[in-house]
Write a protein that binds this ligand. Sequence first.
Ligand SMILES: Nc1ncnc2c1ncn2[C@@H]1O[C@H](COP(=O)(O)OP(=O)(O)OP(=O)(O)O)[C@@H](O)[C@H]1O
Ligand SMILES: [Mg+2]
Length: 380
Amino acid sequence: MKADILKRLVQAHADGDDAGFRKAALQLAATEGNAGHTRIAEELRALIAQLPERRGGASFAPPELAAVDIAQPRGELGGLLTGGFRQERLRDVVLGGETKRLVERLLQENHHRAALESWGTPARRKLLFFGPPGCGKTLTASVIAGELGLPLMTVRFDGLFSRFLGATAGHLKVIFDEMPRRPAVYLFDEVDAMAKSRGDAQEVGEVRRVVTSFLQLLDADRSGSVVIAATNFESLLDRALFRRFDALVPFEMPDTKQLEGLLRLRLNAFVLPPRLLRALAAGALGMSFADSARACEDAIRTMILDQRRELTEEDLETAFAQARARVLMTGIAHGSAPGGATHAGSARGVVPTPASGSDASAAPSRTTGKHSRRSRKDTG
Ligand SMILES: Nc1ncnc2c1ncn2[C@@H]1O[C@H](COP(=O)(O)OP(=O)(O)OP(=O)(O)O)[C@@H](O)[C@H]1O
Ligand SMILES: [Mg+2]
């Protein structure tokens, strides 16, 4: 695998193919990253970011658009894409069984592209994420970018839809033109925004044109970049759109087990009795991952403002009760959270581990061990 990449690197250099060189170098960085050589991976990426565009005409790039910095788009692109390398990894997201298997499989395919392509089978890389709000679509796009060692380029809909309505399709083309030159994960987040302005007939016409050109560009795309579209209104997206994607990835409201996983993840700096986590998770049924994550943050804020270093069960119960009330008020509760009480047991304080903020393996509790977010600091 690495030998293949090195051959491609040398070949691209010999051909004066800057885009090919960049792509192979990024793949090399990704391979090193996956092998756990994170320092080397980061150094390679830093070097790639400094590569000058020496031969504008050598690749797919029209010369006027060729000089782009790998980390952050500039000029017209800067108004259309925001980007950068991501720290998120699989351990940072809790996914339902089917979704988890699919995401892992898609990552595996993209890690083994060369092997698949040698059999004439491409890795699936045009993905549609769909499901209710706050269930990890945007986060998972970051995870995919982080795991593949590619930058995440998020399309800015404010830039895409300028005051000049007719310009949108042109903007989309600029983005798709960029894909072969800048291997990355391109995220069309909340893609239904493309179909949201249905005010007058003229706008409907514009929206239709935009969706049509999105479909055509998606169809024609052979860039090798990963393209993710995310929506929580899958019913808005017509069937033609579904056909254009290699994989449809469903995201669902969490069950209690997944909520418990989220709590462990978000509260991993504290030693918590498992029974408390279970009770909080049971009470949080009907809340999204995002609602529950916010409640954890609320509890931690209370602790800090009270100048304590211990998170109490009361902090957590109050924060979750308030979160549940918010969810019920906004009418988006999907499950049942009867009564709202968590029966969390004793009022024993919940203490941060001395190792919090360092290594996951240093966390002493079964409830805190393997989900540490902090341990990512060595992944840069
Ligand atoms: N599956 C999950 N695992 C861990 N944390 C999650 C998960 N889903 C959501 N979160 C937390 O909630 C935040 C918001 O989630 P995210 O933006 O990914 O939701 P979304 O599905 O994209 O929602 P929307 O449809 O509103 O865009 C995340 O940054 C993370 O803190
Ligand atoms: Mg989102």
